[in-house]
Design a protein. Structure first.
Length: 86
């Protein structure tokens, strides 16, 4: 049985591509040049991309936790999500 490549199996591999596409959609929508139907389609695509990005970030966090303490990843400290860069 052929083994899946890491890039195909993990949304983490496509995170930056999804994020860039999401940013492009937001720019198009903010420009106000789309019809209502185009805006709805872009919004639906954006929600899907947002969910893919969230899933990729969650998987990346889990991978870091597993690398930090493979025996007890549930006891590792959660990342600070408050957005403080200090």
């Amino acid at each position: 049985m052929p083994k899946k490549s890491t890039n195909e199996a993990s949304p983490v591999a496509h995170f930056e591509q999804s994020l860039q596409e999401l940013e492009n959609l937001v720019e198009k929508m903010e420009a106000g040049d789309l019809s209502l139907e185009q805006s709805l389609t872009a919004y639906e695509r954006g929600v899907g991309l947002y969910r893919q990005c969230q899933q990729a970030l969650e998987q990346a966090e889990l991978r870091v936790r597993l690398l930090t303490d493979p025996a007890q990843p549930e006891k590792s400290e959660p990342f600070d999500t408050t957005g403080n860069d200090d």
